[in-house]
Design a protein around this ligand. Structure first.
Ligand SMILES: Nc1ncnc2c1ncn2[C@@H]1O[C@H](COP(=O)(O)OP(=O)(O)O)[C@@H](O)[C@H]1O
Ligand SMILES: [Mg+2]
Length: 346
């Protein structure tokens, strides 16, 4: 996006800053998120994600910088921004005694829908997020995952162009997470701009098209992200014949120091996707039984860890998430462990 002035949709943020007294919550954030995509906002706890989202939603004033939401400035066009934005906060403040249906109807009325329109929209969203059976139950009976679905439905009531989801998957079980990912992808497929924050990287790896890395209130530059993505990473290889596999790797020319044993698998440092493909070809040619050949950590996690290791971040980030090359071999990929980057900040 060379000319952000003419970029009318999505989210455009440039040089945004916000302090609370002496605490610099957001120091220098710049990025763009395009319509029809899901952009991950990744950073440890206390890195400024919620503060940034509040500014995007026009609920908090930046001290400096420029924000455009669907072409509107939250400072001067607050009502246009509120109409364009759907905001899913990290904690759902729901009206415990209201039913799921009344919650959505009341929200619709707050957006000035007439009674019939609000009722029709509530019914539509209840079906979309799969809460039909609970529609007339008070929201206090909902599980965490069901509350998150209601919260997403509430953010969608006025059919916003831009969706801001603050840690939507936190506390969800794996099934509820898959369900949430399906919903978020569906919303993006309708052309909406989705920004979703998390400190659990695997969660975002599953649903995002692009990523913004934020640490201590600063987004990492495109160059740094590209460098981190290119850096060597570990690949996980599983075989029922581990000793044979190790011999095969050594004879292919992999240095002993680059091989680590991890339970029933070997981890091997690999410099690039091309090198991984070549390694796979040669191991398979050796005739060994291989059941897993996959990156040891997800793309976002790898990039994040590498960024954390390198120097402090500076400006803009756009990181398209690449998918692993598929292979026609009978090889399964292993689910990467979900790591949390908790612990920084507060
Ligand atoms: N209203 C506030 N008053 C004072 N400090 C705040 C306030 N909101 C956030 N902060 C501080 O700003 C930093 C960023 O917080 P936050 O945006 O909530 O991070 P994240 O959502 O990434 O966990 C933290 O150090 C936090 O303690
Ligand atoms: Mg937060």
């Amino acid at each position: 996006m060379s000319d952000t002035q003419s970029f009318s949709g999505g989210i455009v943020v440039s040089g945004v800053r916000r302090a609370f007294g002496t605490v610099y919550a957001v120091r220098d954030v710049s990025f763009t998120a395009e319509p029809g995509t899901v952009t991950a906002l990744i950073g440890p706890n206390g890195s400024g994600k919620t503060t940034l989202m509040l500014m995007l939603a026009s609920l908090l004033r930046p001290d400096a910088g420029r924000i455009r939401i669907a072409g509107h400035d939250p400072l001067t066009a607050t009502s246009a921004v509120r109409q364009a934005v759907g905001w899913m906060p990290d904690v759902l403040g729901s009206w415990a005694s209201l039913s799921v249906r009344s919650t959505l109807e009341t929200t619709g009325r707050l957006y000035r829908m007439d009674r019939m329109t609000a009722a029709a929209r509530a019914a539509e969203l209840i079906a979309l997020v799969g809460l039909t059976e609970l529609a007339d139950q008070p929201t206090r009976v909902l599980s965490r995952g069901q509350k998150q679905r209601l919260s997403l439905a509430r953010a969608l009531v006025h059919d916003p162009e831009v969706l801001l989801l603050d840690e939507p998957a936190s506390g969800l079980d794996p099934v509820a997470r898959i369900e949430l990912r399906r919903l978020v992808r569906r919303v993006a497929a309708e052309g909406k701009t989705v920004l979703v924050s998390s400190h659990v990287l695997a969660e975002l790896d599953e649903m995002a098209d692009a990523a913004v890395y934020i640490e201590h209130g600063v987004t990492a530059s495109t160059d740094r992200v590209a460098g981190a993505k290119r850096s060597a990473r570990a690949w996980r290889i599983r075989s029922s014949d581990l000793l044979g596999l190790e011999h095969a790797l050594l004879s292919i020319g992999v240095a002993q120091a680059e091989i680590t044993r991890d339970r029933a698998e070997l981890l091997v440092a690999v410099g690039s996707e091309t090198a991984a493909a070549e390694l796979l070809r040669r191991i398979v040619a050796s005739g060994l039984p291989i059941s897993v050949f996959a990156p040891a950590v997800g793309d976002l996690e790898h990039t994040f860890l590498d960024l954390s290791r390198s120097a402090a971040a500076v400006s803009v980030t756009r990181a398209p998430i690449t998918t692993m090359p598929t292979t026609s071999m009978p090889i399964t990929s292993t689910p990467t462990d979900s790591i949390s980057i908790d612990g920084d900040g507060r």
